[in-house]
Structures are given as C-alpha cells and as structure tokens.
Design a protein around this ligand. Structure first.
Ligand SMILES: [Zn+2]
Length: 125
C-alpha cells in the first residue's frame, strides 16, 4: 500500500483519484472531496434533527404501553401520532405496526410476528 502512495506522490497524474471528468485536476478533486464531506456532515445533522423531532413527537403521543405479542415483554408502546395515524412499537424486540385506529395498529403489529421487523431500522414514523 505504501508503494502505491509513494508512486502517486511522484506521479500525481497517474493517480485516478486526481482526475475529474477526464481532466487532471487534483485541486478540483480536493475541493469536491471537501464539499462532499461537508454535505455528508450536513445530511447527518438534518437526519439527527428529524430523529429528535420524531422522538419528541412520539414522547407526547405515547398513550399506552402493553404486552408485546411477539416477545411477551411489557414494552409495546402505542402512539397517537394524529387522529387517523396510530403506531405501535415494541421497545424490546422492535416489532411495529400502524393503522387508522389503535385496534388497526395493534392488529397490524400482531400480523407482523416473525417478520423480523425492527422500527429502529426505519419505522413508519
Ligand atoms: Zn416485543
């Protein structure tokens, strides 16, 4: 690995990473890499803001905790996100379900037993 980096130091035009759209331009490549890194940080910050907002919203919308139909732990949270959007999420095993009513959301959660769902991998909300 050291051999290639030494070689590219001596012959930067041979390094494919220094080319942009078929043109040798290590400064532009460096700028593009820097911008891409800044964009990645910005995206991460936006994602964090959205996650925090959803967590706060859920904290306010939580109205019930029951026994989970999948793992049996008393950790199935029910949220009333809006008048027609109810959500159940187990804090233990991750199973979830949603519906227009609380009964729909509970039924949907029970229907998902064994499907390996985990709301922490990307919930409906
Ligand atoms: Zn569970």
């Amino acid at each position: 690995m050291g051999e290639w980096s030494d070689y590219f130091e001596d012959f930067p035009e041979e390094n494919p990473a220094n080319w942009v759209n078929g043109k040798f331009d290590p400064q532009l490549r460096e700028q593009l890499n820097r911008e891409a890194a800044q964009q990645a940080v910005a995206n991460l910050e936006v994602r964090q803001l959205i996650m925090n907002a959803k967590r706060d919203r859920k904290a306010k919308a939580l109205f019930d905790t029951a026994v989970c139909p999948q793992c049996g732990e008393h950790k199935l949270n029910s949220y009333r996100i809006s008048e027609t959007f109810y959500l159940c999420e187990c804090q233990e095993c991750g199973i979830y379900g949603a519906g227009a009513t609380h009964d729909d959301a509970v039924a949907k959660t029970a229907d998902s037993i064994g499907e390996g769902l985990d709301w922490r991998d990307g919930s409906l909300y």
